[in-house]
Every structure is written in C-alpha cells, then in structure tokens.
Design a protein around this ligand. Structure first.
Ligand SMILES: [Zn+2]
Length: 255
C-alpha cells in the first residue's frame, strides 16, 4: 500500500491535468451520511427516498413539507471540510487540478477553497433553491428562513410555483451541458482520480472509462470495490482523509 501511494504520488507530481471525481465517501468524514452505503440514509429508512423523488415532490404537499423540515435539519449546514477536501485545494494551488467533478450536493469543495469554476456539480447543489415553474434561483438559507418563520411549503415569490433544492432528484433529468463538460474534461486528463464513489451511477461513472481510453492513468480511492477496479492503474482502499493528503502533496515552495 505504501509503495502504491508513492507511485500515485509520482504520477500526480508529473501530471499537468488531474481530473478528480468525488462521491459521498469524501464527505462522510465531515459527518454527512452516505445515502447508498450500508449505513446509508436510504438503506436504513426507505421512506426517506420518497422525499427525493420528483414525482412525489411535485404532487404531494406533505412530501414537500417533510422535505423542507429535512433540509432545515441537514447535517451539511454544520459540516466542515475535512483533510480530504483540503488536499484537493492543495492540488489546485499546485496548478494541477484541471476540473473537479462531484456527485455531492454539499458544496464542501467550494467551502474548502476550490474555485467554483473548476467544480462540476453533476447532481446540483443543496445550497440553492430553485423554482420548478419559472427557474428562479436563490440562496437556500433565504428560503429556509421562511420555513423557520412558519411557512411549511414556501412558494416562489416571483410566480407562486413550487420551490425545491437545486439538486437532481430521482426521476429528474440531469443537465446535459453539465454531463457533457464532465465527460470532456475526463477525456482531457492525464490522471483521473475517482474518490469516494461507488461508480455505479451513470452517466457520470462513464467518466472513468472515458479517461482511461483517452490515455489517462486511473486511480480509484474508495472504501469498497467498484466496477472499474479492473481497469484502474491503482486501487487504494482505506481512509480518504488519510490517504488523499499523501497523494496530493503540498504546495511547491516559491522560487
Ligand atoms: Zn417561480
């Protein structure tokens, strides 16, 4: 394992365009539960999945009321980036981070200090609210303030439409431009680093074989096996917040 970490470190040291793909596993050390893992929210409480299904959300006011309560109580509001997130900020400061594709909706990469323009959020963000009718977009906390003040299902102030977090729910289409950008940057990488993702959700999981066939080295760092371990140049299983700082290095001293 130690040799493997040194190898990966060497690949990143000599790389110019590292593309990182992150999933829920990088945020669990910040106290944000994984939805799909063995201890996942959905695994333990299947009813919670209903709150994330757009069909129930759009038709059932009770589902929306419960969703707003669950947004108020979300662990992300008090979560802080961990050393895994900080390692990716170091990677950017070293001038190596080409793009950071994330399946996470918590914005902890931006909170840690990664440039928003390098972060590609394939599943959107929970830190913004969006109107499902007119497309109004605003800070989630502003809308949550209305919930705290007593509005159980606050409507859009522009058009009266249904508001929701700006995330991709079940049954909702991904944003084609976002996915195209993710696939394009994956194909431009010389190292693709997949972190904390089971790599089972498509189309984003396709970024891994896309990078590989374009000639990139593929490194997978995840607690469990993934379907792409066989094509990876290195598979690291262990604590993300411990391993990632070792492979991302430190900011080079100024000359
Ligand atoms: Zn509206």
């Amino acid at each position: 394992m130690k040799d493997l970490i040194a190898d990966v470190r060497g690949w990143i040291d000599s790389a110019q365009r590292v593309v990182v793909l992150t999933g829920a596993g990088i945020s669990t050390d910040s106290g944000i539960p994984d939805f799909r893992g063995p201890q996942g929210v959905w695994t333990r409480n299947p009813k919670a999945e209903k709150l994330s299904d757009i069909r129930y959300y759009m038709t059932d006011p009770e589902v929306r009321r419960l969703s707003w309560q669950s947004r108020l109580e979300h662990t992300a509001w008090s979560a802080k980036p961990n050393s895994g997130h900080h390692a990716l900020v170091t990677l950017e400061r070293r001038g190596k981070l080409h793009a950071l594709i994330t399946q996470n909706i918590d914005e902890l990469h931006q909170v840690a200090g990664n440039s928003p323009e390098r972060v590609i959020e394939v599943h959107g963000t929970m830190r913004k609210a969006i109107c499902m009718s007119c497309g109004w977009l605003g800070p989630m906390q502003q809308t949550l303030d209305r919930v705290r003040a007593g509005e159980e299902d606050p409507p859009c102030r522009e058009c009266g439409g249904i508001l929701k977090s700006a995330t991709i729910s079940f049954g909702q289409a991904l944003v084609p431009e976002v996915i195209e950008r993710a696939m394009r940057v994956a194909g431009e990488s010389d190292v693709l680093l997949a972190i904390g993702s089971s790599l089972q959700v498509y189309p984003v999981a396709g970024a891994v074989p896309a990078a590989k066939s374009a000639g990139a080295r593929v490194v997978i760092l995840n607690a469990q096996e993934t379907p792409f371990d066989d094509i990876a140049d290195a598979v690291l299983q262990g604590s993300i917040s411990e391993i990632l700082p070792q492979i991302c290095g430190t900011v080079a001293p100024a000359n």
